[in-house]
Design a protein around this ligand. Structure first.
Ligand SMILES: C[S@@+](CC[C@H](N)C(=O)[O-])C[C@H]1O[C@@H](n2cnc3c(N)ncnc32)[C@H](O)[C@@H]1O
Length: 346
């Protein structure tokens, strides 16, 4: 947008002796652009923060310039390119000349057979393969977002993106503190894989990843690989226990107590590895694990942490609604517990 924030005076606490937020006297007409595209050494173009950002801040949002519904779409597998060729061509032909030029300006990683292709339409497949994101209510569509397409990849990204069906836009948010001038990174691939498997998936984009999870010394990289494997396995192991049924047997209860402790280890591991996209999922597991041993205070706190992260991403998503309902349910149980205890002692 063309809107701007104007800060008329630079604030100094020594002079005003009041909190910064009280002394600030600026006028805002909408939000200024929080990002800019410019070259990123060794990576082509990149997107950079134009001011410091905090987790949850929206960096950019945009509708797709092209959106298609590929047949036989399977999430997690490379999409069947031949079948989307025709769909892409007709979507492209329907665009204005200006928008066609915008699409054609995007980076394309060419495989050996694709070099020397003259016509614009022949470039669509490589452009899509290098830039498209999965979108849609059921994650079965592919969209091209020319601004967001300038965001480079990291296996420890500082931003996360969601398709918000209600507004028909993909929204990019900060998931950790980002310094002014720092590059914004997204992930192009599932991250709970080891370095080798991740690089295999990244080969379709034609680069070797040099992110902090990929370029460390061998020992650090091995530790990261181990953490990601452990996290993936733990997520799968916890899956069958994620019910609200409180175990009745002593042995079952003992197991559930162990699992609650293990679930906190899982949350710590995900945080240690810096996989912000998985925090909400991990916190949900901790919340449910405490609910199964009727530790309602802990269950409430973890459910609320998960809820807040989900809320920041998409207020209408099923996850968000689920975590809100669980938080309310756990608070009620916590409340009843406190009431019963005070009656016992009073
Ligand atoms: C979606 S585009 C990102 C924007 C791109 N750099 C550009 O100039 O338009 C994907 C391409 O960016 C480059 N790229 C993305 N992440 C990278 C990284 N971590 N290291 C090196 N190159 C990267 C690769 O060429 C990849 O095919």
């Amino acid at each position: 947008s063309s809107s701007k924030c104007i800060l008329p005076i630079s604030y100094s606490s020594q002079i005003y002796e009041v909190p910064a937020w009280l002394s600030l006297n600026y006028s805002c007409t909408g939000s200024a652009q929080l990002w800019e595209a410019r070259p990123s050494p060794g990576k082509g173009m990149g997107v950079f923060a134009t001011r410091a950002l905090e987790p949850g801040d929206i960096i950019l949002e945009e509708p797709p310039i092209i959106k298609i519904i590929p047949p036989d779409f399977r999430d997690g597998a490379a999409y069947p390119l031949s079948s989307i060729d025709m769909l892409l061509n007709s979507a492209f032909d329907a665009l204005s000349e200006e928008k066609q030029a915008e699409v054609m300006s995007l980076h394309a990683h060419l495989t050996p057979g694709e070099e020397n292709k003259e016509s614009a339409n022949r470039m669509l497949i490589p452009i899509f393969r290098s830039n498209a994101y999965i979108v849609g209510k059921t994650n079965t569509e592919l969209g091209l977002f020319p601004k967001g397409a300038r965001i480079n990849h990291s296996c420890r990204p500082n931003s996360s993106q969601v398709w918000i069906d209600k507004i028909g836009k993909r929204v990019v948010r900060a998931v950790r503190h980002i310094e002014e001038g720092e590059e914004v990174f997204a992930t192009y691939i599932p991250l709970l894989r080891d370095h080798k498997a991740r690089q295999q998936r990244l080969d379709q984009y034609g680069f070797k990843c040099t992110c902090s999870a990929c370029t460390h010394d061998r020992a650090t990289q091995a530790a990261s690989d181990r953490r990601r494997d452990d996290i993936r396995k733990a997520f799968a192991d916890f899956e069958p226990q994620l019910t609200l049924t409180v175990p009745q047997s002593i042995a079952g209860r003992k197991r559930a107590e162990k699992n609650a402790a293990a679930s906190e280890d899982l949350a710590r591991l995900v945080e240690e590895e810096g996989l912000a996209d998985y925090y909400a999922q991990a916190y949900r597991i901790v919340a449910l694990s405490y609910a199964r041993i009727e530790k309602w205070e802990a269950a409430t706190r973890w459910a609320h942490k998960s809820y807040e992260l989900n809320l920041a991403a998409d207020e209408d998503a099923p996850n968000t609604l689920e975590m809100r309902a669980l938080t309310e349910h756990f608070i009620q149980n916590w409340n009843t517990d406190l009431y019963n205890k005070s009656n016992q002692h009073g």
